[in-house]
Design a protein. Structure first.
Length: 199
């Protein structure tokens, strides 16, 4: 009898016990893979958030830099200063132009793609460019110039996994007329509007 008891104690794991361990390891592995993929997508989309943040900062800097006519003044003459948003016409087109350029891959843009516009127009006005490889396309759209309620949108579009579902990131600003001595001020939304950010 004692030999039989010793054999039962030394027999090891049953097949059911081993299968339970395998199932638990499989579940933990699938959770880890999901977490890692989400982390990778989040780290890639950080480029879009930083990019539109830089575009928005350029828009605010351009607006706060007062401009005035360069004509000579007569004695006792005056000239008014004005503020205005960068005109978005040269930056309205996506950079890079083709969506396929950033569809599931990184794209290296050239300096010529960012050297569009003039002092008050497009990427030159915003002082924005990308020198390194990028996952996203960028755009800047403004309306109203220096009028009250003028707005701008800093935009980034991308398709990280190449499945034709486009991720969109938007940061908005608006000129508000505070009235009185404060005049017009440019306010920026406190957070980025994201649509399908992990795509």
């Amino acid at each position: 009898m004692t030999i039989l008891k010793k054999l039962r104690k030394a027999r090891g794991f049953t097949l059911v016990e081993l299968m339970i361990v395998v199932v638990i390891i499989g579940i933990l592995a699938s959770l880890a893979i999901y977490g890692v993929n989400k982390y990778i997508a989040s780290s890639k989309s950080a480029e879009a958030r930083l990019g539109i943040g830089a575009i928005s900062k350029g828009a605010v800097t351009a607006y706060e830099g007062e401009t005035m006519a360069g004509a000579l003044l007569t004695i006792g003459g005056t000239v008014g200063s004005s503020r205005g948003l960068c005109i978005g016409t040269a930056a309205t087109a996506l950079t890079p132009v083709a969506v396929a350029s950033v569809k599931g891959v990184k794209y290296q843009s050239g300096a010529a793609e960012w050297n569009t516009g003039a002092q008050d127009n497009g990427w030159q006005c915003l002082r924005f460019s990308m020198t390194g490889p990028q996952y996203y396309q960028y755009s800047y759209i403004s309306t109203g110039g220096n009028l009250a309620n003028a707005t701008y949108d800093a935009l980034a579009y991308g398709d990280l996994d190449g499945d034709d579902v486009i991720a969109t990131f938007t940061l908005r600003g608006q000129v508000i007329d505070s009235g009185g001595s404060k005049g017009k001020t440019l306010t920026v939304s406190p957070s980025v509007i994201e649509a399908s950010p992990s795509e």
